[in-house]
Design a protein around this ligand. Structure first.
Ligand code: NAG
Length: 298
């Protein structure tokens, strides 16, 4: 029987290749660049009170992120296993609306990344979100989570000199969010807001010590411990060059206008693609009918 095989296989080929051309929508703004994430191996029973307590916790976190850059929430269950602790921390320079957008995306992403897990943590460029059924508020944790260095800048001594003062200023800066710069080096460090002043200082000092020894002669470096991070970047590439843009320029303005333009372009491309596919399906259906008629099968 002469079934119209060629057309169906063409359709599959087209859909397969359209995936390659679709731009990744998550790259539309600098604050939601994925940095790291993880889930506990232990899973909760889907019909226990845990998932509904978790939903309550996550929606409270999202709600308060529209007004404050850090918050912790506890949802008490009827038993200790059903109690959940959660927090978020937005980057210190994010405007409230970006903080809210970032936490919203992080929570959405955790939902698919860590389905049914008791605990999870996710760091995007602009915010950190973590929840667990063990209390972790205020607990210091200097586990190295991410250590990433950019390409080596060689032995150019002029370029090397800015790093030490830029990192030293972070150590003495004070506060949970510290942004600094010296020469062509920009540096930033931040603690999660549940740490004490001493705990934060201790964490940032450790992150900077490790960052300097790991990434000293590199174009940029990222060092994330479980409760704080330190990062630096050299030269004019800070906005987008290494893909971990801090999202601020020399005046501390965020670059959300650029991001809006990029989002609009991405949406335009996707709409164009969908329209193209729809037209193609119509055309193939039409061709199929002609083909069947022409062969007079059935
Ligand atoms: C948790 O949040 C409450 C306010 O909602 C605050 O008083 C408390 O200090 C916070 N605890 C930690 C460890 O951040």
């Amino acid at each position: 029987m002469p079934t119209p095989l060629p057309f169906s296989s063409f359709l599959i080929f087209f859909f397969g290749s359209s995936l390659i051309f679709t731009p990744p929508s998550s790259s539309s703004s600098s604050f939601d660049t994925f940095l790291f994430g993880g889930c506990t191996l232990q899973k909760y029973t889907p019909n226990s009170p845990y998932p509904s307590n978790l939903n309550l916790l996550l929606s409270r976190l999202v709600t308060t992120s529209a007004t404050i850059p850090y918050n912790n929430v506890t949802v008490l269950g009827s038993s200790p296993q059903d109690t959940i602790y959660g927090l978020y921390q937005c980057r210190g320079d994010l405007p409230p609306n970006d903080c809210y957008q970032c936490v919203t995306r992080a929570v959405t992403r955790l939902g698919t990344m860590c389905t049914d897990a008791y605990g999870a943590a996710l760091q995007l460029d602009g915010c950190f979100v973590k929840y667990d059924n063990k209390r972790f508020f205020g607990v210091e944790d200097k586990t190295v989570v991410v250590k990433k260095c950019g390409p080596s800048i060689g032995s150019d001594l002029d370029a090397l000199t800015g790093l030490d003062p830029a990192l030293a200023q972070l150590v003495t800066g004070g506060g949970t969010y510290r942004a600094s710069g010296a020469g062509d080096v920009r540096s930033v460090a931040q603690c999660v807001g549940d740490l004490s002043v001493g705990g934060c200082q201790d964490c940032i000092s450790e992150a900077i010590r490790r960052l300097k020894s790991a990434c000293g002669p590199s174009a940029w470096g990222d060092l994330f411990l479980a409760k704080c991070y330190a990062r630096f970047t050299r030269g004019a590439t800070h906005a987008e060059g290494n893909g971990y843009g801090y999202g601020y320029d020399a005046n501390g303005n965020d670059d959300s206008k650029d991001n809006n333009n990029k989002t609009n372009k991405t949406i335009a491309i996707i709409i164009g693609l969908i329209a193209g596919i729809a037209l193609l399906i119509l055309f193939i259906t039409w061709l199929n009918k002609r083909y069947e008629k022409g062969h007079g099968c059935r």
